[in-house]
Write a protein that binds this ligand. Structure first.
Ligand code: SF4
Length: 372
């Protein structure tokens, strides 16, 4: 899963651990109502410190666990905290800056002491890492539930067979015993009223009205970036808004240059939830196999997803009724890695370069119902 950052990396609001506040679920993806078991205090902690998109795809698991145990606390990265701290299934978000202030053994030890003091009875470990396993073990959490194929599986008290196929959402839900016979909880993000206002203000300031097309041209894995976003923007007769992080400024500049006056960049200008609120107002998002795909899904916006070195069969593709996937029709080297390499090992990058602008534009038109 791509860890591309979307929006501002400071993840407003706040920089300390933030319990779920009085966030208003102003975006309704039109999905299932969440049932949460009443609870005096969280007894369950979920340790999920993977990439942003993975954290978004973990929200159905959080909802399923909350239905069984009451609101769950979540250990996650500072960047991802904003995505889940307003989710109704979440009690408190515990920020773990594993590559910064909390890196190394000292950080693991410090956080494990804190988790131990909270007295959790059970830890769920969707991220198959030694670090997550060590945190739960050192915190002396009695029941530790993770996947049997994790390198750290020997440290778990309950090992769950990870489904080999299907979507990542269902694979993660297996930790909670699967989706059962009922409706699986939706992938969901809850922008606050302030997030909604930020998105509205940004669109107003840039004169962008309804019906705009959002583009997410970035990815931290270079081979997952489709190079046709500028040409696509030029071909579409609609307002364009580019979403992404600060690192996507160059890509955003190329799109703006291709559609001057019609394309505007929100990359790095909005927080993650405000970016999601902005996406909720788009007619469609065109994206690579990266985090924005899941953000759009979480707010009910259809996507056109361009896949190159990876394939939807890995379990991270879109699957909404209006979503479209555009990929090379026949290329024996696809897929070539789980994430997509930084450089094409064959040197030609045909998996992306040979996806035509016309094919992507046709998918946009199919989603929006607009003729060329
Ligand atoms: S080897 Fe094939 S799938 Fe991998 S990056 Fe190159 S063209 Fe794409």
């Amino acid at each position: 899963m791509d860890g591309q950052t979307v929006g501002r990396s400071d993840g407003r609001p706040g920089s300390s651990d933030v319990p779920r506040g009085a966030a208003a679920p102003a975006v309704d993806p039109g999905k299932a109502v969440l049932t949460i078991r009443p609870s005096d205090r969280p007894t369950v902690v979920v340790i999920q410190t993977a990439f942003l998109g993975d954290v978004v795809l973990t929200t159905p698991l959080l909802a399923a666990l909350a239905a069984m145990h009451g609101p769950v606390d979540v250990v996650t990265t500072p960047a991802a905290a904003a995505l889940i701290e307003t989710h109704p299934a979440v009690g408190a978000v515990i920020r773990y800056d594993k590559r910064g202030a909390d890196r190394g053994l000292r950080g693991v030890w410090r956080l494990s002491r804190r988790l131990r003091a909270s007295g959790y009875l059970r830890a769920y470990l969707p991220h198959r890492s030694w670090r997550s396993a060590a945190l739960a073990r050192l915190a002396a959490i009695g029941e530790r539930v993770g996947f049997a194929d994790s390198p750290a599986a020997a440290t778990y008290t309950r090992r769950v067979v990870r489904p080999t196929g299907g979507h990542e959402v269902e694979r993660l839900l297996a930790l909670a015993g699967g989706a059962g016979t009922g409706v699986a909880p939706p992938v969901r993000i809850e922008p606050t009223v302030d997030d909604q206002a930020d998105a509205e203000a940004w669109l107003g300031e840039h004169g962008v009205g309804p019906g705009f097309v959002a583009l997410a041209p970035g990815s931290i894995w270079a081979t997952k970036r489709w190079p046709g976003y500028g040409e696509l923007a030029a071909s579409l007769d609609r307002p364009i808004v580019i979403v992404g992080g600060r690192d996507d400024a160059r890509l955003a500049g190329e799109v703006i240059a291709a559609a001057p006056g019609r394309a505007h960049s929100a990359a790095g200008q909005l927080g993650l939830r405000a970016s999601a609120a902005l996406l909720a107002r788009a007619a469609v998002l065109v994206t690579n196999d990266s985090a924005p795909l899941h953000l759009a899904t979480a707010v009910g916006t259809p996507v056109v997803a361009v896949f190159g070195p990876t394939v939807p069969g890995f379990g991270f593709g879109p699957r909404g009724p209006r979503d479209r996937v555009v990929e090379h029709p026949s290329l024996a080297c696809r897929p070539c890695s789980a994430h997509g390499p930084q450089v094409c090992p064959l040197g030609h990058h045909r998996c992306m370069r040979e996806i035509s602008v016309e094919a992507v534009a046709a998918a946009v038109e199919a989603v929006t119902g607009v003729e060329a």
